[in-house]
Design a protein around this ligand. Structure first.
Ligand SMILES: NC(=O)c1ccc[n+]([C@@H]2O[C@H](COP(=O)([O-])OP(=O)(O)OC[C@H]3O[C@@H](n4cnc5c(N)ncnc54)[C@H](OP(=O)(O)O)[C@@H]3O)[C@@H](O)[C@H]2O)c1
Length: 331
């Protein structure tokens, strides 16, 4: 196989920097399955990794990109054969194993998910880690007895990738969805995804009491920090929070009161480490009952060479929905 292009992240003079490089297959981390990339995507974690704004990369140099979808080029594992349509999200991709920002990806067969029937390779990356995280969070909340008749569900970081997809999935399941956003201009967009109510970040009175007025049966939190602390104070009796994000901060200052007086449950979501049986189940749900019907509405496409321009916008919270990276190499 000839040389191909990859977007590799280096550590130079104590700082991260990323650039396009030409590589051979033998330069990639080992694995049984070689995938010709059709699409990847941009997640918040990718922006942190590529810019060095967060200490995400565990091994330098490393090709970025926590997600990939494409077609198997070759496989030394009997579970996959050339021509199979597949996707990979999480595990060590783009963190300590060369990731999806490359025309070819090589990964352990244990990480590879066959493309579920009902999703295209493009759909798979419109969803990507963001959609997977939204679906896994909803799945976990349901396992903790959340149901549409229990009350309202709030989604924070609502216009983000995970937020936009979560709103659609929850609306499809007939939840009353409240979207919390910092973007005044995107209220109509959020309503069009299925949000019943919109809360503006700038108008939010968070209060300071250990318990504030009980408002939410469920919560999906992209933001962390003060927002997550406020959620703990405003959950209903037996409310459940799925905490997966830190777009607004990593600290959490709260008290035990929501937990011991309202039975609030705070559930951590780690999409990257999800074991394969549950991973396959969640992808199956993404292709069926959780499939967000309006996928096209939340996604925009960038070409592989336009990728670096996306990261700063994402870190500034200026994007909405999902960004899919398109690879156009013709073999
Ligand atoms: N645990 C996991 O497995 C997992 C998986 C995927 C993602 N994540 C995390 O989940 C979060 C969302 O990921 P994403 O890919 O959806 O990112 P994203 O598309 O950048 O969305 C994040 C959203 O959070 C809001 N936001 C940004 N900065 C903020 C701030 N300073 N204060 C409050 N809100 C802010 C913005 O929405 P509004 O303007 O609408 O408020 C923004 O669109 C990130 O922290 C990411 O690292 C975790």
């Amino acid at each position: 196989m000839n040389k191909f292009t990859a977007y590799r992240i280096f550590e130079e003079n104590g700082k991260s920097s990323a650039r396009f490089v030409e590589l051979l297959l033998s330069d990639l981390d080992p694995g049984e399955v070689v995938i010709q990339t059709h699409y990847s995507s941009v997640n918040y974690k990718d922006a942190l990794a590529a810019t060095g704004a967060g200490k995400v990369i565990r091994r330098f140099p490393c090709i970025g990109g926590v997600d990939v979808s494409g077609v198997v080029e070759r496989s030394s594992d009997a579970r996959f054969k050339a021509g199979d349509e597949v996707l990979v999200t999480g595990y060590g991709m783009g963190v300590d194993h060369d990731g999806g920002y490359a025309e070819y990806v090589r990964v352990p067969a244990d990480w590879v998910v066959p493309l579920p029937q009902g999703l295209s390779l493009f759909d798979a990356m419109e969803l990507g880690t963001a959609g997977f995280t939204a679906a896994l969070s909803i799945h976990r909340l349901e396992q903790n007895e959340l149901a549409p008749d229990k009350g309202k569900v709030i989604v924070t970081g609502a216009t983000g990738g995970v937020g936009s997809l979560a709103i659609q999935m929850l609306a499809k399941l007939r939840y009353h969805v409240v979207a919390l956003t910092g973007k005044e201009s995107e209220h109509e967009y959020l309503k069009s995804l299925g949000a019943s109510e919109i809360l503006s970040r700038k108008d939010l009175q968070m209060g300071t009491h250990p318990l504030e007025k009980a408002r939410w049966a469920g919560a999906l939190d992209s933001v962390g920090g003060e927002t997550l602390a406020w959620l703990t104070r405003t959950m209903q009796q037996n409310g459940v929070i799925a905490s997966f994000g830190n777009a607004g901060g990593v600290e959490l200052h709260t008290t035990v009161m929501p937990f011991i007086l309202r039975g609030v449950r705070l559930i951590g979501i780690d999409s990257a480490a999800t074991v394969m049986p549950l991973r396959r189940l969640i992808w199956q749900r993404l292709a069926t009952d959780l499939h967000p019907g309006l996928l096209a509405k939340v996604a925009r496409k960038v070409s592989f060479d336009g990728l670096p321009e996306v990261f700063p916008l994402m870190l500034q919270g200026k994007l909405r929905g999902r960004t899919v990276v398109e690879f156009t190499r013709v073999v």
